[in-house]
Design a protein around this ligand. Structure first.
Ligand SMILES: NC(=O)c1ccc[n+]([C@@H]2O[C@H](COP(=O)([O-])OP(=O)(O)OC[C@H]3O[C@@H](n4cnc5c(N)ncnc54)[C@H](OP(=O)(O)O)[C@@H]3O)[C@@H](O)[C@H]2O)c1
Length: 261
């Protein structure tokens, strides 16, 4: 499968790294980029650069649009003007298919940066999910982790808030943990980041072994104990509500971005 990325920013770099780890080579990937710093980075990584005008002559299976929302619609038009037969995957948050000039040739995707190490979760949506292009999109993102095809495009806002932005919310929570841990004085020379890495990855291991959070909590909690006290404090602070409100804020911003275009 041959792919061209338009925009080589944070998310494109994460996806490309994941694709390399899955066995794809620089031969399968090309990029179109306008930012000089990113162009230097492309050269460092030995990635092939092409010009938008030459898209049609290259016969890419998929073109991946990875620019900021403000640049998306103009760039999409330029891509189809240059290569009208293209199948485009957009990773751009918030812009609905009907805003693009050729919605029938566009697939929406919402990957996250964990694609870089094969642990991405990507939501995909297109009106026609039986098309060759959609199947190729599933194949592509499956190389970087799990793929979930959404039934309705409207669900993309909620998906973005939980899996896209939501990853950052958990980082924010874990930052609080690490800051608290750093307040403790230790005698040995352990690297706290390494220790904390164990702690974070053990959460995933625990869930893989027992996918019921109540059971996992009950294994730690004993009546009248320290965990019980902390959990009660979280409940009093309405933790669930805090997170639901954060998801809602991110979802609403996604809807706003959609309406701004
Ligand atoms: N970051 C994430 O975790 C994430 C996750 C899922 C989805 N997304 C979506 O992915 C998109 C890209 O985000 P990002 O953080 O990767 O952005 P980014 O780091 O700003 O990268 C975008 C790159 O595309 C370049 N560009 C813009 N228009 C171009 C054009 N017509 N031709 C060639 N290059 C062009 C930009 O150049 P300039 O610097 O000159 O503008 C920039 O270098 C966003 O729409 C976002 O919603 C991001």
């Amino acid at each position: 499968m041959n792919i061209c990325f338009v925009g080589f920013g944070n998310i494109a770099q994460a996806i490309i790294e994941g694709l390399f780890k899955s066995g794809m080579t620089t031969e399968n990937i090309a990029c179109i980029e306008r930012n000089q710093q990113k162009i230097e980075l492309l050269k460092e990584k030995n990635l092939r650069m092409i010009q938008l005008e030459n898209l049609a002559s290259e016969n890419f299976d998929l073109i991946l649009l990875a620019v900021k929302p403000k640049d998306a619609l103009r760039t999409e038009k330029d891509i189809f003007d240059s290569a009208p037969e293209s199948i485009l995957i957009t990773v751009v948050a918030g812009i609905a298919l009907n805003k693009y000039s050729r919605p029938g040739s566009v697939i929406r995707s919402m990957p996250n940066t964990a694609c870089a190490f094969g642990k991405g979760i990507t939501g995909l949506y297109a009106d026609d999910q039986k098309s060759h292009g959609f199947k190729n999109a599933i194949k592509l993102f499956s190389r970087t982790g799990h793929v979930l095809a959404l039934e309705n495009e409207g669900e993309m806002h909620r998906f973005t808030s939980i899996i896209g932005s939501g990853q950052a919310f958990l980082f924010q929570v874990l930052k609080v943990y690490l800051l608290e841990l750093e307040k403790i004085s230790f005698n040995d020379g352990n690297n706290l980041n390494d220790v904390f890495n164990h702690f974070v990855s053990s959460l995933g291991d625990s869930f893989a072994e027992e996918p019921d959070f109540e059971n996992l909590i009950n294994r730690i909690k004993s009546p009248g104990g320290t965990t019980q006290a902390g959990l009660e404090s979280l409940e009093n602070s309405e933790l669930d509500k805090i997170f639901r409100e954060a998801f809602e804020a991110a979802k609403n911003r996604s809807i706003e971005i959609s309406n701004e275009q």
